[in-house]
Design a protein around this ligand. Structure first.
Ligand code: PBG
Length: 343
């Protein structure tokens, strides 16, 4: 340690001793962020050899399947173990029953097959919610202005089987319908896919931080042009959780574990670090946290203005999410973080 100029007091307790050099800080470090912990969300769209930047997520793109495969190869080479895939479906194919989700060879299962052909080791996590396919912009079927729980699960069960047939390693229901984990498990097992895992969005909050993601998929339930029927709710408050609730996350966890979830998730991450901590304490399966699109957009936009340092803020955020108790993190910073970690 550099000698102090001033007087030296007798102070037996000096926590700064463990902060004095990089090597002692490395030894004292409690939380490690590793490329092993990162899951990269990716967006796929129709077409060939194209990518489109998401306007509210600089440097994040929707990729056509061929470009998606290139990106997956890059991520795999960087050591990232898994991707979570979301489809941008053209408006013309969206209907109020989300039927396109069940077409056996549409964009999404085709993308999964292409990924598993090209990079079989990279885990593919598929999304079984209806919102990318639903003209009402909801994760469930809407009837008489209400989001239907059990009718939605019937579609999701078939989606999960379609995804497993296409080669998905993990299916991830991101919808918050009651009972879907158990019913999807049963459908997968009945269809001969006992090894396909379920990552449940266990505590998914009705959050304003999903805005940029809804731009990416053009899936916001608030779009006036989508809402011929004004009865359709313009928010997801009747199924996603109230941001004020923490105890309820533990209840959702208990249900999902009882229904057979292999992994559980808290989403968003940064405004819900206490929830991550509580869920980790009560969970005996790995806990994921989703560092969502709005969290990415905040740091990236501030950095573009020269107001924040993008790299340092992103790494601090990801480390904080790990410290709170997340075992793995879905983050749009995944590729950058993997590069920073290996530099
Ligand atoms: C919908 C879904 C959402 C996200 C993932 N799946 C948005 C929503 O619930 O409206 C958000 C992810 C993000 O913001 O990065 N099933």
């Amino acid at each position: 340690m550099a000698p102090d100029d001033g007087p030296r007091h007798t102070l037996p307790l000096r926590p700064r001793r463990l902060r004095a050099t990089e090597n002692i800080r490395r030894m004292a470090r409690e939380t490690r962020l590793s490329t092993d912990d990162l899951i990269a969300p990716l967006f796929v769209m129709d077409g060939a050899n194209e990518r489109e930047e998401v306007s509210s997520m600089p440097d994040t793109y929707r990729h056509t399947i061929d470009r998606l495969v290139d990106k997956a190869e890059t991520l795999h080479d960087l050591g990232i173990p898994a991707i979570a895939l979301f489809p941008a479906i053209p408006d013309a194919k969206k209907t109020s029953d989300a039927a396109y989700a069940l077409e056996p060879d549409h964009l999404y299962p085709n993308a999964v097959r292409a990924l598993k052909d090209a990079v079989p080791e990279l885990l593919v996590i598929t999304d079984t919610a209806l919102d990318p396919y639903n003209s009402d912009g909801h994760d469930g079927i809407v009837r008489d202005g209400e989001i239907q729980n059990d009718a939605t699960i019937d579609v999701m069960r078939q989606m999960a089987v379609l995804h497993a047939e296409a080669g998905a390693d993990v299916v991830a229901p991101s919808d918050m319908m009651d009972g879907r984990v158990g019913l999807i498990r049963e459908a997968l097992d009945d269809a001969g896919h006992p090894d396909t895992a379920i990552l449940s969005y266990t505590a998914k909050y009705s959050s304003a931080y999903y805005g940029p993601f809804r731009d990416a998929l053009d899936s916001a339930p608030t779009d006036e042009d989508k809402k011929a029927d004004k009865e359709i709710p313009d928010n997801k408050d009747t199924y996603q959780m109230d941001p004020a609730n923490g105890e309820e996350a533990v209840r959702e966890l208990r249900l999902d574990l009882n229904e057979g979830a292999d992994m559980v998730m808290v989403k968003p991450a940064l405004p819900y670090l206490d929830v991550i901590h509580r869920v980790q304490a009560a969970s005996d399966v790995p806990v994921a946290a989703y560092n969502v699109s709005g969290e990415y957009a905040m740091i990236t936009a501030a950095a573009q203005n020269g107001w924040l340092d993008r790299r340092n803020c992103a790494m601090e955020a990801l480390t904080g999410i790990r410290r709170a108790g997340a075992d793995v993190i879905l983050t749009y910073f995944a590729e950058d973080a993997a590069r920073w970690l290996s530099a």
